[in-house]
Design a protein around this ligand. Structure first.
Ligand code: HAM
Length: 435
């Protein structure tokens, strides 16, 4: 069959976005831009610089960092063999990549700590529901190198709380915990495993499996019938070594000094393996069961695991989709962005003047809609209304000949006749225009 014949037989087909992914459209994207701009402003004021990372990496980077037994690595990564037969994965989070980049780019030579933030899509093959997507967006911040002074964790938490406050996020609740380090945690995990084993038969299959693979994660269980049993388990706070206990006291004191309200939650263990000492999570209103808008903590051992020098580090990631959802539920949506000026023009001479005016107003930062073909004035004004324009600049050949242009304020219907120069000047300066 010739290529042409094959093409002819191809039926048109409609495509849909893949399950768990979605398009973000205007005007909602204006809220995304606003959130990202404010994050940039606040993070910069805390001395953070932006890092942009690849969207895929070697699968091993995530397996080593996040942990083989975690849900993210064992079930949720989008992995594929590249042509040279290395396994690569779409990033499920950013921390592992930030550490890889820190080591690869010799950032340990820079003044420490190095403070970095990044924003962008992450990929996890989870069951989609409200606030849970397979492609979702994170705003991530990491502090790498330097000491483990409690002030570093506290300042990081202060920064994200300041950001949420500035956005007007409602029902913000910060939970913190200390999960010990490689000295004291193994002993606690052993004790926890022994205690959990005693009640194994009363736990569901997931928790039963986790007793062996990752006992700490059993504390994360949301199953109603497991709660009473889990509440009776030993608390890690009673089994911390003196250094970790001292550090945890320090973090709490530093948060208090900064006026950051927190709640201690001994069951907050987080779903990724790299954490040590401080862990935290922030929830917000209007999100149902997927109400964590931010998660983070210290991960002092990760850099070494990835072949780097011993490096202290701490960080967080905000789920931007959930943050936006919560803001929308609270009605914090910016008004749809209308145009400042709609240019209603008719006639050849008016067209030349309209091109000039559009260029001039856009250069002054105004949003201008300039129809490419002439329309009757009535139709043009209707169009200006639909687009939510503030002003219609009416330009016919008569206006051009007389040198007096007409500006209509669409909300009031008021019209003003002004010379070209004074009309453009008033619009540029954002003045209310009247004759
Ligand atoms: P995480 O808790 O896995 O931590 O994710 C952080 C946030 O990303 C969550 O609190 C949630 O808001 C959002 N998120 C996660 N999965 C989804 C999903 N499927 N759909 C929508 N939002 C989601 C991390 O990723 C760590 N890297 C955070 C960190 C940075 N720790 C230290 N530095």
């Amino acid at each position: 069959m010739s290529e042409g014949a094959a093409k002819k037989e191809e039926k048109p087909r409609k495509f849909q976005a893949i399950k768990g992914t979605r398009d973000l459209l205007p005007p909602e994207t204006a809220l995304w831009t606003r959130v990202e701009r404010i994050a940039q402003e606040i993070f910069t004021s805390y001395g953070f610089g932006e890092i942009r990372l690849p969207i895929f990496e070697q699968t091993d980077l995530f397996a080593r960092s996040i942990g083989l037994e975690t849900d993210v690595v064992s079930k949720e990564m989008y992995s594929f063999e590249d042509r040279d037969e290395t396994s690569v994965s779409l990033r499920p989070e950013a921390t592992a990549s930030v550490c890889r980049a820190y080591i690869e780019n010799g950032m340990q030579q820079l003044p420490q700590p190095v403070k970095l933030y990044t924003m962008g899509p992450m990929f996890r093959r989870e069951r989609p529901q409200k606030g849970r997507y397979r492609q979702f967006y994170q705003i991530d911040a990491e502090v790498l190198g330097g000491s483990d002074a409690p002030g570093i964790d506290a300042e990081l938490i202060e920064m994200v709380m300041t950001f949420f406050e500035r956005l007007g996020l409602e029902g913000v609740q910060l939970d913190i915990n200390c999960i010990g380090d490689k000295k004291c945690r193994p002993k606690y995990v052993e004790l926890l495993r022994a205690e959990l084993s005693k009640v194994k038969d009363k736990l569901g299959p997931d928790s039963q499996r986790r007793i062996e693979t990752n006992s700490l994660r059993v504390l994360d269980s949301k199953l109603e019938n497991e709660q009473r049993l889990i509440e009776g388990m030993p608390h890690i706070a009673d089994h911390l070594c003196e250094e970790c206990a001292e550090n945890y006291r320090g973090v709490k004191k530093e948060l208090e000094l900064r006026g950051v309200k927190y709640r201690e939650n001994w069951r907050l263990v987080r779903g990724l393996d790299y954490y040590s000492r401080t862990t935290f999570e922030i929830t917000a209103k209007g999100l149902g069961s997927q109400n964590a808008v931010c998660g983070g903590g210290r991960y002092d051992g990760l850099m070494e695991l990835l072949g780097g020098p011993p490096t202290r580090a701490t960080g967080f990631a905000i789920g931007e989709d959930r943050l936006i959802l919560s803001l929308q539920e609270a009605g914090k949506t910016p008004a749809a962005q209308g145009r400042d000026v709609y240019i209603a023009w008719m006639g050849e001479k008016a067209y030349a003047a309209a091109i000039r005016a559009a260029k001039d107003l856009r250069a002054a930062g105004l949003s201008v809609e300039f129809p490419p073909v002439e329309q009757k004035f009535g139709k043009a004004l209707g169009q200006a209304d639909k687009l939510g324009a503030r002003y219609a600049l009416i330009l016919g050949d008569n206006e051009v000949a007389s040198g007096e242009w007409t500006l209509k304020t669409l909300a009031t219907g008021e019209q003003a006749k002004l010379t070209e120069a004074s009309l453009l000047e008033s619009l540029r300066k954002g003045k209310t225009v009247s004759s």
